[in-house]
Design a protein around this ligand. Structure first.
Ligand SMILES: Cc1cc2nc3c(=O)[nH]c(=O)nc-3n(C[C@H](O)[C@H](O)[C@H](O)COP(=O)(O)OP(=O)(O)OC[C@H]3O[C@@H](n4cnc5c(N)ncnc54)[C@H](O)[C@@H]3O)c2cc1C
Length: 349
């Protein structure tokens, strides 16, 4: 998620959240929905919302159309998926849905809940679009916390602008540790299944159990092709990092702890201020809340790099702190109950 003025207003959903709500619960996030950000999911989810009766007010894509054209070569690595994506765009176009490329998202407006999106068109014209819900997303990012706890080595990936666990072709990232699927790098559903098969085969090799009937060379080739496609997507739907530079000082970055862009910039500007995100977190509490930086971690890193005029790689990444996700209290009570029962039956020391 990239923080944009008003992104914490009720009615503003992440794009993934909007799709999950529809697919898992049969709910729409609103009746007049603006889809915005930079992700192929914009076009898919907008089609799904339309099919379920929502009015798609507009698609506001922050990446210019020319970026999509220049990524076309890499996107042909998965021609069927590429064609499907073009089909989603064409279907919205046929339905008369307004689509703007290369926009600058300026603010989600409203008092009690979102009522409009304010953006600037590529040519410079400022526009306010009334709506009752917003789905905003900037692509998927792998959750790498468990990989880090398991001992994976991390390397910076320029194309994805992220630190990722380093794996070999079968997903091996440390002695006896494998990562399959999106936990290593976003590859999509097909790549997740293929990398799962490859890791499973490698584990069986290590256990000296013979594997037959699986063409690993073909699977590896397919994974490489799908990863090339994802790198194309990262170019076609680039993260609009400039947006962060324009975020006003009162713009919320870490919603769990209520830390604004001004809090972060102030800390960085201070004498001997942090030049690395873990130090920034320690000083400001950004990323210390219940989401543990899942929402704000990448934005905080981008903002730190911008404020320092340094590379994103040089400001590092938030180190994981268990528990990785909040656990219900009931779970810990359930786990401690049998232990307490055991204590009662055992003889006192
Ligand atoms: C909104 C959305 C839309 C998508 N649309 C597409 C699409 O159109 N096409 C496409 O190819 N891909 C799409 N993807 C990506 C696709 O879902 C993933 O590539 C695929 O699911 C990755 O598989 P995986 O097994 O790596 O991870 P997942 O499918 O996410 O599986 C991980 C599993 O691990 C479990 N888990 C997590 N943490 C723990 C823990 N601590 N302990 C125990 N279990 C844990 C989770 O509950 C989950 O069941 C989409 C993803 C999202 C989020």
């Amino acid at each position: 998620m990239l923080p944009i003025k008003g992104w914490t207003l009720p009615g503003v959903f992440t794009l993934g959240g909007a799709q999950v709500l529809l697919k898992e619960h049969g709910c729409l996030i609103g009746q007049r929905v603006v889809f915005c950000g930079s992700s192929p999911l914009l076009y898919l989810t907008a089609n799904q919302y339309r099919a379920m009766g929502a009015q798609v007010v507009a698609i506001l894509d922050t990446t210019p159309f020319i970026a999509k054209i220049s990524a076309a070569g890499a996107l042909t690595a998965a021609p069927a998926m590429f064609a499907r994506g073009l089909g989603y765009m064409a279907s919205l176009r046929r339905g008369g849905i307004a689509m703007h490329h290369g926009v600058e998202l300026r603010a989600f407006e409203g008092t009690d809940s979102v009522s409009a999106v304010n953006f600037r068109k590529q040519g410079g014209e400022a526009v306010t679009l009334p709506c009752d819900a917003v789905a905003v997303g900037f692509g998927l990012k792998p959750e790498t916390q468990l990989a880090e706890l398991a001992g994976a080595e991390f390397r910076y990936d320029v194309a994805f602008r992220q630190w990722l666990p380093h794996c070999d072709v079968d997903g091996r990232c440390a002695e006896g540790v494998f990562i399959a699927g999106d936990g290593a790098t976003i590859g999509g559903a097909q790549a997740a299944a293929h990398t799962g098969a490859l890791s499973a085969c490698a584990v069986l090799d290590e256990l000296k159990i013979a594997v037959t009937g699986i063409d690993r060379t073909r699977l590896r080739r397919q994974v490489a092709r799908l990863r090339r496609f994802q790198r194309g997507l990262a170019r076609a739907f680039a993260l609009p990092v400039d947006t962060l530079g324009r975020l006003a000082d009162d713009g919320m970055v870490c919603r769990c702890e209520g830390i604004t862009a001004g809090d972060l910039r102030g800390a960085i500007r201070a004498q001997f201020g942090p030049t690395e995100v873990n130090r920034l977190k320690a000083i400001t509490r950004c990323g210390m809340g219940r989401c543990q930086g899942r929402f704000c971690g990448l934005a905080a890193a981008e903002l730190t790099a911008q404020s320092l005029g340094a590379s994103l790689e040089s400001v590092g990444r938030l180190r994981v702190q268990p528990p990785v996700k909040p656990l219900p209290l009931a779970l810990s009570l359930a786990e401690s109950a049998p232990a307490a029962a055991r204590d009662e039956t055992s003889a006192p020391a």
